[in-house]
Write a protein that binds this ligand. Sequence first.
Ligand code: B12
Length: 220
Amino acid sequence: MDDKVVERQKELEVLLARCLQTGDEEMSFEKADELIELIGLQRFYVDSVTGVMRETGKLWVDGEIGIAQEHMITNIMRKIIQQYNAKIEMKGLVEGLAVICNPEGDDHSMSNLVLEGLLKTRKYRVTNIGGAWYMGDKRAVTNKAIIDFITHARPDIVFISVTIARYLFNAKMIARELVKELPNTKIYLGGLGTRGIVDGELQEGIHLANKDTLRTLNKL
Ligand code: B12
């Protein structure tokens, strides 16, 4: 990418972050539109959304913003992604079915929305069952519900997104069961919670997503 584009991208990302921090939804949408026009939807998802949210996380850890403000930012960003995902047209033949999920316990679901859009642009029909799964007394029941749902759906691809490393064991358990039940399905494990995993550590049949998300998506 040309230096001027990179410079403008950085400027717009700073402006988008400011609009989000002040809760200005209209301006946030406007800055997102400008960024997408400049770098395209995919780069906006993997660079801008991820980068702005990483900065948001840092501000929260440093005590510069509170949890309510962090929620406000997250909610506006989710709206932006959902609005763009709804506009992705799926004309012609579909490539297959993809299911996206989080393991029990993990409430981070913005990555699912981003992945949903990236898969839709590649003509996959997507079922997103990610979100905050119940973690009360019925521990492990939700993992079973996820496994049962996916087994019945018989998708071509499964994306398991894990952000908090302590829920990695749930993610691995889901993947392990799915490998047994669905030998022809490609199963991927990815997200911030997988950063400590090294190639070859996962059981055969379970793919570790590349740190560069588009690399994984382009090789499906
Ligand atoms: C928003 C947010 C929340 C929200 C989530 C709301 C929601 N509905 O999603 C709330 C407030 C609920 C939350 C809660 C917590 N959070 Co939080 N959160 C974040 C924040 C700010 C943004 C995450 C995000 O949406 N990023 C945007 C997405 C698009 O980026 P991404 O997840 O990296 O996904 C990209 C890739 O990883 C990839 N990808 C992801 N999954 C997969 C899967 C596959 C198969 C593939 C191919 C690719 C892929 O695709 C994306 C595009 O490239 C991050 C900061 C950060 N660094 O990201 C902290 C962060 C993740 N949270 C953190 C923590 C500690 C927590 C809490 C434990 C805090 C607490 N004490 O309660 C809780 C845990 C709750 C739980 N049980 O899950 C830490 C995690 C640290 C760690 N290493 O474990 C972070 C990093 C903040 C920090 N700096 O400390 N959080």
